[in-house]
Design a protein. Structure first.
Length: 256
């Protein structure tokens, strides 16, 4: 089974390249299931309309991250829609769910969304203990983990912690695709960060001039604006044996 994971979708350029490229990519690579991180579809956060645009492009499950609740009116949608996940180790009183089990051709797929604690200001629960808990809940043939985290060390640690227990672990959040795709010793596919799906000539999806002004110490803009122009779709394709749940191959994806 081929499972495609797509890195953080940022603004209109990110959504539009999904509509232009995803269906052809699925046909060409024989993709059976698609997960995309959509927490930056609105720049910060995601609206219901944007989530539905991402689904209509061919994505099966949308995961989120530290900007999950930036668009507050989306919170009820997170309770209503089983195909959108927010990090499971956020405070238990917030809306939504952090894990889902989905039927795909020939397999049941468990998708887990977690968020890291290193350099995250709001202090989520321990993602390692939460991973243990979610792995015990409900059985599935394949388990996929989106670990939305800042520190590469924390992501690497999670990859090894879940080695042999998850089919694939991938990192999101930093918007820069890493070149360390691999299969860990016990059979878990891994990449530290999928990268960003959005405007190429930008700073993590933001207009370059605004980011430069921020780092120069200029007067701050009211908000960061999403950059426009040519976009890229970034992610990774995991080939997984649906009988054992073991990862057989990992391939980075970068499409302009």
């Amino acid at each position: 089974m081929n499972i495609l994971a797509i890195g953080d979708v940022v603004g209109r350029p990110g959504i539009e390249i999904l509509h232009r490229q995803l269906r052809a990519l699925k046909r060409g690579k024989g993709v059976d299931f698609v997960i995309a991180n959509g927490e930056n579809a609105n720049g910060l956060g995601i609206t219901k309309a944007q989530a539905e645009e991402i689904f209509s492009a061919g994505v099966d499950v949308v995961t989120l991250g530290n900007h999950s609740f930036h668009v507050r009116e989306s919170a009820l949608y997170f309770d209503e829609c089983p195909y959108i996940l927010r990090p499971s180790n956020l405070a238990p009183q917030v809306p939504g769910r952090g894990m889902g089990i989905y039927d795909a051709p020939g397999a049941r797929i468990k998708v887990i969304n977690l968020i890291g604690r290193c350099m995250m200001d709001f202090g989520p629960d321990n993602p390692f203990f939460e991973a243990d808990r979610l792995l015990r809940e409900a059985s599935a043939d394949i388990t996929i983990v989106d670990f939305h985290a800042q520190a590469t060390s924390e992501k690497l640690a999670m990859g090894y912690y879940l080695d042999g227990r998850a089919s694939a672990v991938f990192g999101t959040h930093t918007h820069v695709q890493t070149a360390d795709e691999r299969i860990n010793p016990k059979g878990t596919g891994y990449i530290t960060d999928l990268g960003m799906t959005g405007a190429i000539h930008s700073v993590l999806g933001v207009k370059a001039e605004q980011s430069i002004a921020f780092f120069r110490g200029d007067l701050p803009a009211p908000r960061f604006d999403t950059a426009a122009g040519e976009a890229a779709l970034c992610g990774a394709l995991f080939g997984i044996d649906e009988r054992s749940g073991t990862c057989l191959s990992v391939e980075r994806v970068f499409i302009r």
